[in-house]
Design a protein around this ligand. Structure first.
Ligand SMILES: *Cc1c(COP(=O)(O)O)cnc(C)c1O
Length: 394
C-alpha cells in the first residue's frame, strides 16, 4: 500500500473496516468483529439501523441543505423531541461535541455579560475531564496531554480535583461564570460522579449564580440507561451538550439550555453553516423516535445490569484486574498495567474495545446488545486477561 496522504493525527489500529450491521463489523479481509466500542459511543442503535436509514434515504430524495436563515421542519421536530424529553427549553444544533461545548461556554459567558451585566467568564472544570479539541474545549479539558504545543491557551478556565467540594468552593470568585462536568468521566478513565458531589455542585451554582453545564456528549442518548445521564440524579443542569449518539453516526452536536439562560443568545450571537441541516435533522428525529418507541434506554439499563454481573462473575479474582466501574453501557475494566496489549489481543480475537485513560479497557456496546453477544465478549475478555496473568507468573 502507498503511504497515506492523511495527517498522521491518529495511532490507527491495523484493521480496515468496510461493512457493519447491528453489533457486527467486517474488515476488508472478510473477518468478522463483535463491536464493543460503537465508534466511540456513536452507533448507539447499532450499525446501519433500519429506521434511521429509511429516514435518511427519504430525506436524500427531498432536500439536503438550506441556510439556517430559513426554518426547517425537521429541525423544529428534533428540537421539540429533545425539549419534551429533558429539562431544557431550547436547542442549538451544531456539528460535534467540541462545537456543542463551545456553544455552552459562549452561552454562559454571554448570559452573564449581556443579560446580567456582570463581567463573568471563568469556567471551572475537573481534572481528568475531556471536553473536546478546539482551543477553548481543550483548555477546558483537565488533561495536559491535549494541550502540549498549543500555547498560549485562551484565558478563563480553572481545573479542580473531582469530588473535592472545598477545592471547588475556593475556586469560585466574582469572575466565575459556570461549572462544567461529565457525569461519567469517560476519556479520563470511566469515573462516575458521585450523587452527593453533584448535589454539592448544584448548591454552589445556585448560591453563587453560576450555570451548571453538563457535558453529555458521551453519556447522553441512552448510553447510561437513561436518555440523559443527569436523569439518574436528583439534579438538573442549566445547560447540557450532546453529540456522539444523537445522529447514529451522522455528525451532529447539540447545546440545550433552560430558561432564563436561553436569553444569553439572540439573533447574531452564535451561528453555524452546517448545524441543523435537513439531512442531519432527519437522522436525529429518527434516532430519538426509535429510542423512545423501542424503550432503548431501558433496554440498555437491563443489558448493563447483565454485563456488570457477568464481568464480575468472570473477571473478579483474575490477577491484574483491579476493578470494574461505570454507568449503564459505559463500562471500564481497571487493569494494574497499561491496557494497550490486552486490547490489541482482543482485536485479534475479533472483539473491538478501546482504552480510557492509561489502564482501563472501555466497553461501549450498542444499546440493543444481546445477552449472547455479552456472553461472547465477556468470554473473550476473561480468556485474554487470564492468559496474560498466567504468562506474567510463569
Ligand atoms: C467525545 C467527547 C467530546 C468531543 O466530541 P467531538 O465530537 O469529538 O468534538 C466532548 N466531550 C465528551 C465528554 C466526549 O466524550
Amino acid at each position: 500500500m502507498s503511504e497515506s496522504a492523511l495527517f498522521s493525527t491518529y495511532a490507527r489500529y491495523p484493521i480496515t473496516l468496510v461493512k457493519g450491521k447491528g453489533s457486527r463489523l467486517w474488515d476488508d479481509q472478510g473477518k468478522e468483529y463483535l463491536d464493543f466500542m460503537s465508534g466511540l459511543a456513536v452507533t448507539n442503535l447499532g450499525h446501519v439501523p433500519d429506521t434511521v436509514k429509511q429516514a435518511l434515504v427519504k430525506q436524500l430524495d427531498e432536500l439536503w441543505h438550506i441556510s439556517n436563515l430559513f426554518s426547517n421542519p425537521n429541525g423544529e421536530r428534533a428540537a421539540r423531541l429533545l425539549v419534551d424529553n429533558s429539562c431544557a427549553d431550547a436547542v442549538f444544533f451544531c456539528n460535534s461535541g467540541a462545537d456543542a461545548n463551545e456553544a455552552a461556554i459562549k452561552l454562559a459567558r454571554r448570559y452573564h455579560q449581556k443579560v446580567r451585566g456582570e463581567y463573568r467568564y471563568e469556567i471551572i472544570t475537573f481534572n481528568q475531564s475531556f471536553h473536546g479539541r478546539t482551543l477553548a474545549t481543550l483548555t477546558a479539558t483537565g488533561q495536559d496531554k491535549v494541550k502540549e504545543g498549543f500555547l498560549p491557551l485562551p484565558e478563563g478556565f480553572v481545573h479542580v480535583p473531582l469530588h473535592d467540594v472545598p477545592a471547588l468552593e475556593s475556586a469560585i470568585n466574582d469572575r466565575t461564570a459556570a461549572i462544567m462536568l461529565e457525569l461519567v468521566q469517560a476519556e479520563g478513565g470511566v469515573i462516575p460522579v458521585e450523587a452527593d458531589f453533584l448535589r454539592a455542585v448544584r448548591e454552589l451554582c445556585d448560591k453563587h449564580g453560576l450555570l451548571l453545564i453538563i457535558d453529555e456528549v458521551q453519556t447522553g442518548m441512552g448510553r447510561t440507561g437513561k436518555l440523559f445521564a443527569y436523569q439518574h440524579y436528583d439534579v438538573e443542569p442549566d445547560v447540557f451538550t450532546l453529540a456522539k449518539g444523537i445522529g447514529s453516526g451522522f455528525p451532529v452536536g447539540a447545546m440545550l439550555a433552560k430558561k432564563p439562560y436561553t436569553e444569553g443568545f439572540v439573533p447574531g450571537s452564535h451561528a453555524t453553516t452546517f448545524g441543523g441541516t435537513p439531512i442531519a435533522m432527519s437522522v436525529v428525529v429518527a434516532t430519538i423516535e426509535t429510542m423512545l418507541k423501542e424503550n432503548v434506554a431501558e433496554k440498555a439499563a437491563e443489558a448493563a445490569q447483565y454485563l456488570m454481573g457477568e464481568l464480575h462473575k468472570h473477571l473478579d479474582g483474575i490477577p491484574g484486574v483491579a476493578g470494574i466501574r461505570g454507568k449503564g453501557l459505559l463500562v471500564g475494566i481497571l487493569c494494574d498495567e497499561p491496557a494497550g496489549d490486552a486490547i490489541a489481543e482482543l482485536h485479534k480475537r475479533g472483539l473491538l474495545v478501546v482504552p480510557a485513560g492509561p489502564n482501563v479497557i472501555r466497553l461501549l456496546p450498542n444499546l440493543l446488545v444481546t445477552h449472547e453477544e455479552i456472553d461472547e465478549a465477556v468470554g473473550l475478555i476473561a480468556a485474554v486477561l487470564t492468559e496474560r496473568a498466567a504468562a506474567k507468573q510463569a
